[in-house]
Write a protein that binds this ligand. Sequence first.
Ligand code: SAM
Length: 447
Amino acid sequence: MSKLHLITYGCQMNEYDSERVAGLLRAQDYDLTDRPDEADLILLNTCSIREKAEDKVFSQLGALKHLKRARPDLIIGVMGCMAQLQQGRIQERAPYVDLVFGSPAIARVGELVARVKHGGRPVLDAGEGPLVKLTQRPDTADRLKAFVTVMEGCEKHCTFCVVPTTRGRERSHPPDAVVEEIRGLARAGCKEVTLLGQTVNAYGRDLVPATDLAALLERVNEIEGIERIRFTTSNPYNLTPRLVRAIQDVPKVVEHLHLPLQSGSDRILDRMNRGYTRAEYLGLIDDLRASVPDIALSTDLIVGFPGETDEDFAQTVEVVERVAYDNVFAFRYSKRPGTAAAAMPDQIPDEVKARRNSAVLETAARVGAERSGRLLGRVMPVLVDGASRKNPREASGRTRCNRVVNFDAGGQSLLGRVVPVRITDALPHSLRGELTDREGGAPCGSR
Ligand code: SAM
């Protein structure tokens, strides 16, 4: 048996890809190890979304250089988004890297590693392979909750984003393959799945016959053992009334939606090529709240996009107030190679981006705290997924609307169970509660 050490950066999709690669290489007799010094193969699964993510990878590669020097037959590979985007720079800055391949080629990982072994020369592959599902989950993977990629790639061409280059065209996994994988997960004890796609709500339109995410959610809902279904990331442009109805009607679909706004200014949304206006976005929020009144909403924002004025930024802050998100992820705009926005004039100075980032996060924290306050006194079903991070004697879990709740389980082992918890405290990043025998009313908290 050979040893594989995997280092994963970036989003949930990368975590899923790492599990896929571990499964595929298992078939080639590679066992996972958490020790780089005993590995025969080290793979870095990378992210390119912002420059900082790439810097981390280069510094990790620097740290691995001495291992390669000491053991020249150690294979070092870089996979994922950065591998697709920065092949030349990787070769230039880390010539000791043996293998570079993007996520569209994951299915071929076994063959690529074999080529390195037998050819003795670096292997570079930016091509596409067939779609492949997870073959085997590593023993270390979470048993209760799992990510399941349902579509690859993105064809949106937002002007700030490298994803269409790094992950290729949109390709949906057939519904039968997705259902089969989730059935297997459920048999192994999984209770919650998160369906993943760069634009997950564009799922199925490339299939023959075409289908959609709402239909897939209905099928996953039928799988025995699965209690909760999440999906991410949705693009407002593709949020159909059918999907809103599915969130309302499909029982296992949770009352939480991550709906990236990016900017609250029409001028900036247009320059970003997002395909919707502020009014259209707010209209979607109204539709969602009319159908699922207690829905929890989270979003992504980019601050300091080229040309963003104080006035544009103020409009973003205003939308944050108006929507009252449960959670906001704000990013400073990062220039990405080959994207249209990188060539735009009026790039914003770093200090302005930093100031806007802090300002919008301050508003988001206040609004989020108000949302949390509304949950006080409510009884909510909590899926117990482990121990509290701060106090290992306490249990920890999540509400359907994705809030962390810590509570005293009275010494019982509740792992994997959904239990009613009354919310007693709302802290900045989590809730506290007490176990009750009263069942929760509406799942995300109506009294
Ligand atoms: N595909 C999804 C979408 O378009 O909504 C999300 C993809 S990305 C992994 C997650 C977030 O990173 C985006 O929603 C965006 O806010 C942020 N992001 C993407 N490109 C960026 C860039 N060049 N600079 C800063 N943030 C960026």
